[in-house]
Design a protein around this ligand. Sequence first.
Ligand SMILES: Nc1nc2c(ncn2[C@@H]2O[C@H](COP(=O)(O)OP(=O)(O)OP(=O)(O)O)[C@@H](O)[C@H]2O)c(=O)[nH]1
Ligand SMILES: Nc1nc2c(ncn2[C@@H]2O[C@H](COP(=O)(O)OP(=O)(O)OP(=O)(O)O)[C@@H](O)[C@H]2O)c(=O)[nH]1
Length: 440
Amino acid sequence: MAKPVVAIVGRPNVGKSTFFNKLAGKRIAIVEDKPGVTRDRIYADVEWLNYNFTLIDTGGLEPESKDIILSQMRAQAKIAIETADVIVFMVDGRTGLVAADEEIANLLRKTGKPVLLVVNKVDTSKLPDSFYDFYQLALGDPVPISSTNALGLGDLLDEIVKRFPKNDVEEYEDEAIKVAVIGKPNVGKSSIINTILGEERVIVSDIAGTTRDAIDTPFVHGNDKYVFIDTAGIRRKSRVVEDIEKYSVVRSLGAIDRANVCIMMIDATEGVTEQDKKIAGYAHEAGKATVIVVNKWDAVKKETNTMNEYVKEIRNQLSFMSYAPILFVSAVTKQRVHKILETVKFISNQHSMRVPTGRLNDVINEAILLNQPPSDKGKRLKIYYVTQISVRPPVFVIFVNDRELTHFSYTRYIENKIREAFGFEGTPISILYREKGEEI
Ligand SMILES: Nc1nc2c(ncn2[C@@H]2O[C@H](COP(=O)(O)OP(=O)(O)OP(=O)(O)O)[C@@H](O)[C@H]2O)c(=O)[nH]1
Ligand SMILES: Nc1nc2c(ncn2[C@@H]2O[C@H](COP(=O)(O)OP(=O)(O)OP(=O)(O)O)[C@@H](O)[C@H]2O)c(=O)[nH]1
């Protein structure tokens, strides 16, 4: 099932990031007592009861200038409208209702999405008189909370999860490869999608009757079924949002969560940027298979070594993704575009590959002989047995005598040996340790 997205919207300084940090459990955004502080981390995974959802702090997306607060609001609301399943509209219980709140409420009411009106900074059990003014926003009963004192958060989370879309079942047959084309604005996402879909051999299929039809593009290529995830947002241009680079991260998040394979696009004329690193990092952490596609290759002046230098630079900048194949393409001249689906299919298979336990243990035993496991204070790590517990992404469990003795450099060594023996190209793999007797 797709993970629901919850967006927090509200004026600067109402406490969005304080709330975000409380739910995210860690102080991952910077809170400052001045409006419009930019923050780096804008999304977090939150678990409540049996629900998992992605929380987005749209405040983190605000440009620093205070002059354009209203347009920031519009942009925030817009992103919330496009990506969120539930919108948390936060107001300030200490300042009470202000005109800008009404402005935002007007925008949100038009979205048709569930909106929860949350009054923050209600730090005691007594509601301030100004609380009742918020009923004027016509967004239902306001929910009082105190982010700093962690009051009312449980009740609020209950209200949030109640509003998640029902029956949000997996919409496509499992055999279809779900592909997210991700990257910053203007890198050529829609050009690439249109070039691939425009190829003669590709037939756009009509898998009817799903709610996702409008935003995804299913198609058939050769004998294989694919779905481009969230293409509506990419193909339909909404400039307000695109102009702010950080929004591209948010736009990509939902698509990444729902995909198996990511096409991570880099602009050859710009090289790897900070935004690229963030987006790629998310795909990596989410355990998706990824192919790095360097687009606009036609626009690059080439010398003998240009491509090698690009490869080196990308490996350097996106070092956590050394498993990802790199393609150099041009959506304009169509050079090597046909390689993209070929690679997507290949890494999708690698992503779902399960290796036989016997072979796996042979490989690990050999690795141990070549390079002894680490030891500490005279005690050496013993590796008893390895098994692959899941696919998409591949996860391995290694049974050991004492987890404390494991070391990341040895884990990386084991990972390399597994990759040498079996490939797993294009996919991250995870290695977990269990002590004997522990459950998997
Ligand atoms: N008394 C009280 N203060 C709060 C509460 N939540 C946040 N604050 C304070 O309000 C100020 C603004 O909080 P932030 O979390 O930075 O607000 P924000 O909405 O993310 O602000 P921007 O960065 O401008 O978007 C900080 O000084 C917080 O300590 C609360 O529940 N009670
Ligand atoms: N030279 C060159 N230009 C390209 C190539 N691919 C795309 N462009 C140009 O780059 C610009 C952006 O392309 P889009 O396909 O709209 O990019 P996008 O990533 O979908 O953009 P957003 O919708 O803003 O996220 C357009 O002007 C394209 O003509 C390419 O391979 N070579």
